[in-house]
Write a protein that binds this ligand. Sequence first.
Ligand SMILES: [Ca+2]
Ligand SMILES: [Ca+2]
Ligand SMILES: [Ca+2]
Ligand SMILES: [Ca+2]
Length: 111
Amino acid sequence: MIPAGEADADADGFRGCGGDCDDTRASVNPNGTEVCNGLDDDCDGSVDEGVTARYYRDSDSDGYGLASSFQDACSQPTGYVVSSTDCNDTLASVNPVPSKSATRSTTTATR
Ligand SMILES: [Ca+2]
Ligand SMILES: [Ca+2]
Ligand SMILES: [Ca+2]
Ligand SMILES: [Ca+2]
């Protein structure tokens, strides 16, 4: 019998007592590369550090979120958006882009 921690069950070259924080996954070891998967791939104690994207809360579902309310995640959570430029997240009609009814025919001719 090999004592727990002495074995290298996933054959990644690291034993449990040698720094392998997950001896059931060969991709997880101290030389691993952190990828966005909810696991600590490089065994440094932090999960998905540096590989998540930031998403901003969009309460009024106009596609623009609040800069002050965000979540870091691998994929876009429900109710969150990439944009952080909403200045009023309780009114869908208030956002950085004017409504479609607003004319912008002359803007291209200026300058
Ligand atoms: Ca491992
Ligand atoms: Ca990870
Ligand atoms: Ca890590
Ligand atoms: Ca919004």
